[in-house]
Design a protein around this ligand. Structure first.
Ligand SMILES: NC(=O)C1=CN([C@@H]2O[C@H](COP(=O)(O)OP(=O)(O)OC[C@H]3O[C@@H](n4cnc5c(N)ncnc54)[C@H](OP(=O)(O)O)[C@@H]3O)[C@@H](O)[C@H]2O)C=CC1
Ligand SMILES: Nc1nc(=O)c2c([nH]1)NC[C@@H]1CN(c3ccc(C(=O)N[C@@H](CCC(=O)O)C(=O)O)cc3)C=[N+]21
Ligand SMILES: [Mg+2]
Length: 290
């Protein structure tokens, strides 16, 4: 069996080029450039890299972007003031607060404060509810990128058994909702599941979003399954920093029909979907202004 390696980097480049074309078309009609604001609290080096990538990609797509940095020991009030200012600004259409936040801050309160129309992560309870009821406009970027890759790979997903390993609010749960909407049969496996591996082995589509480096090996995978690896884990190997997923790529790839690599899989698609969501938010803003 030859395994198809899903090239997330290339798909992301294509998607960002499409978004860029639409941004330029709108500019000719006099619609202002979409604006993305990224808020980063603290100095976590991995977060800083993602934030830099997001800003670079926004520029590629012809969008404006601003970065707000706060110190790791900032107060809840000072962070809330930043979000409120961004909510008010007409040149900001999308707001992303990089998670996780330091422990002393309330993520829930910050997410609820972001204007739902600017919530390009799709994490606000209003957007979560709209997703669950099939009315969403802003869908969480990582699951949206995964869905795009699955549809390109498989076509119609109807009737496929999708097993999602992980139930976080930012990946696992919205992924389950999206795949349910796409007519998959859904099973969600988590840390309290009994024999999650045997359940995973029944999957036509296996999505790993666990945060445990290389947890999923070939004993979790039905031969011919499509495997999506959401994990981004920095590990030390031979004294060097290396990124690995939640899937043991070398062991799983020979059995999979198709698989996403890390890096170069879900990560770039996540950022491309963020640009898409920012464009959608800007389009809605310009429509409601008319
Ligand atoms: N590519 C991208 O764009 C993104 C990548 N990520 C990466 O994806 C991974 C997951 O992120 P996130 O969802 O935020 O992680 P969380 O830590 O929030 O959630 C992990 C989930 O995995 C479950 N879990 C943990 N261990 C096991 C196990 N041994 N067996 C089964 N389930 C288990 C947990 O169960 P329980 O609920 O019971 O604790 C939890 O539901 C991380 O590697 C992260 O870095 C995240 C966001 C975006
Ligand atoms: N509010 C919020 N929204 C998020 O979407 C969000 C977040 N917080 N916190 C952190 C996670 C993680 N995340 C990634 C995005 C892109 C890559 C990415 O592009 N990765 C590259 C490699 C990058 C590198 O070399 O480090 C790749 O996989 O090829 C990774 C991880 C978004 N997240
Ligand atoms: Mg988390």
């Amino acid at each position: 069996m030859t395994t198809h390696i899903i090239d997330g980097k290339r798909l992301a480049d294509d998607l960002i080029a499409e978004v860029g074309n639409e941004v330029r078309r709108l500019a000719e009609l006099g619609v202002p450039a979409p604006g993305l604001a990224v808020v980063l609290v603290g100095e976590d080096p991995a977060s800083a890299i993602y934030v830099r990538n997001k800003i670079k990609r926004a520029q590629e797509a012809g969008m404006t972007s601003i970065e707000k940095r706060l110190p790791a020991d900032c107060t809840q009030d000072s962070l809330e003031a930043v979000v409120e200012e961004l909510n008010q600004r007409a040149d900001v259409h999308g707001i992303l607060v990089q998670l996780p936040l330091p422990k002393h801050l309330s993520e829930e309160r910050i997410i609820r404060l972001i204007a739902p129309s600017k919530d390009v992560d799709g994490f606000h309870p209003e957007n979560v509810g709209l997703l669950a009821t099939g009315q969403a406009t802003l869908i969480p970027c990582t699951p949206l990128g995964c869905l795009e890759m699955l549809q390109r790979e498989i076509g119609d997903l109807s009737g496929k058994h999708a097993v999602i390993v992980g139930r976080s609010n930012i990946v696992g749960k919205p992924m389950a909702n999206l795949l349910l909407q796409a007519n998959c049969t859904i099973t969600v496996v988590h840390s309290r599941s009994v024999n999650g591996k045997a359940i995973a082995r029944q999957a036509d589509i296996l999505v790993a979003a666990v945060g445990v480096p290389e947890l999923v090996d070939e004993t979790w995978v039905k031969p011919g399954a499509v495997v999506i690896d959401v994990g981004i884990n920095a590990i030390e190997k031979a004294g060097k920093r290396r990124l690995v997923g939640d899937v043991n790529y070398a062991k799983v790839a020979p059995y999979a029909k198709a698989i996403t690599p890390v890096p170069g899989g879900v990560g770039p698609m996540t950022i491309a979907c963020l640009m898409k969501n920012t464009l959608v938010a800007a389009q809605h803003a310009s429509q409601s202004a008319r």
